[in-house]
Design a protein around this ligand. Structure first.
Ligand SMILES: [Zn+2]
Length: 383
């Protein structure tokens, strides 16, 4: 049985141990030690990584009571190794997890709701509660959680004897009565948990609850604690400063400055559309005289504008009114209309010459055509 150093002291980051087994498995090795500070994945907290002497440990799992270190190279059974945790990652995990216990404890104390789902991932923590908490109430919980950090309360873990355990009122009640590990945050929370935690709440630094989403009968929140919360703050601050510079507005005013710009943009779009429609109507009125055909190419014209031209011009054409939008390289969208010739048959007659997608009625066909403008003009010019 491996001695769990992370239960003796959650801040052990270096240790010496003896290799008691080493078995190959695919491209890595399963190594067991007589003692370890590597926490195996559990309780929603991911596994520690680090090194054993110079060998990388990429994962640690508890399998049937055995703590297995996933190592990149074999280690010799009976030899002593020096373990070294990736402490930055472990400490951030503990900051997050202890932060989650504070928030879950406060929600439980105030509303009686249970934490029914916990995930500690790279982009923060997801916590599900069994009842709904409003965004305003979550703001209050967030402030209360940070006050507990400022008060630097003690966090302790212990294994009560089975007869003692029944006297405790704790969260995450387990069916088990033996080997139940309780994590206590002084005056705030008592919860069954197998993971290592920080020793004092001050180590967490800060807690931020970001967003909440109503779920069936409860709520899902996303939160960050410790260094992760600080890093997130720095990203947001950098982005806010960039926007502030771009908009020439104080950071506190960037949303109203953005709103102003969007309003201006909408007004300009409206004005621009007016000009576009005037130009389209100009094209239509210029072509509104009896003619054999109307064939016009545009670089980029929306479907509704193509249709507007076709509807305006087709009644004046003895043969066809055709509008194309696109390029020789990217192909053309087309709409072709005629009041006098059967278009489907005409379109089918040129299918062997081009790649054409689309069809329609005898009065109007539309779709896309791949070919050069010159070849298309020649083909349609004969209709
Ligand atoms: Zn926990």
């Amino acid at each position: 049985m491996t001695e769990k150093l992370y239960y003796i002291d959650s801040h052990i980051r270096e240790f010496d141990a003896m290799v008691i087994s080493c078995e190959p498995d695919g491209d890595h090795f399963h190594v067991e030690l007589d003692r370890t500070a590597f926490f195996p994945e559990g309780g929603g907290q991911c596994a520690d990584t680090g090194t054993l002497s110079s060998v990388a440990v990429s994962d640690v799992q508890e399998v049937c009571g055995r703590i297995v270190h996933y190592c990149a190279s074999p280690l010799t059974v009976g030899e002593s190794v020096h373990g070294s945790l990736n402490w930055g990652k472990r400490f951030q995990n503990m900051q997050s997890h202890s932060g989650e216990h504070i928030v879950s404890g406060l929600v439980h104390n105030r509303f009686g709701f249970e934490n029914v789902g916990f995930h500690l991932g790279a982009d923060g923590m997801i916590v599900d509660f069994s009842g709904y908490v409003t965004p305003d109430e979550l703001r209050e919980i967030e402030l209360a959680a940070n006050k507990i950090i400022w008060q630097n309360r003690k966090i302790t873990a212990f294994f009560p004897a089975p007869d003692e355990l029944i006297r405790y009122n704790y969260r995450s009640k387990l069916e088990l009565t033996e080997n139940v590990r309780l994590v206590e945050i002084d005056g705030v929370d008592l919860c069954a948990c197998c993971a290592p935690h920080v020793k004092e709440t001050g180590e967490i630094g800060m807690i931020r609850i970001f967003e909440s989403q109503r779920r069936k009968d409860g709520v899902r929140i996303r939160m960050l604690a410790g260094k992760n919360a600080l890093e997130d703050y720095l990203v947001k601050e950098r982005e806010a400063l960039r926007i502030s510079n771009l908009l020439s507005a104080k950071v506190g005013d960037i949303s109203s400055a953005a709103e102003r710009i969007l309003t201006e943009r909408d007004a300009l779009s409206y004005k621009l559309r007016g000009y576009e429609l005037r130009e389209l109507d100009g094209i239509i009125s210029e072509a509104s005289t009896e003619r054999e055909r109307f064939v016009r190419f545009f670089d980029s014209l929306p479907q509704e504008d193509m249709l507007r031209i076709i509807k305006g011009v087709a009644p004046f054409c003895k043969s066809v009114a055709a509008v194309f939008s696109g390029s020789d390289e990217g192909g053309y969208k087309f709409i072709i209309a005629s009041e006098h010739i059967a278009l489907r048959e005409k379109l089918n007659s040129i299918r062997p010459l081009f790649t054409i997608k689309g069809s329609g009625s005898d009065k109007m066909v539309q779709g896309s055509i791949f070919g050069s403008r010159k070849d298309i003009e020649n083909a349609v010019g004969g209709w």
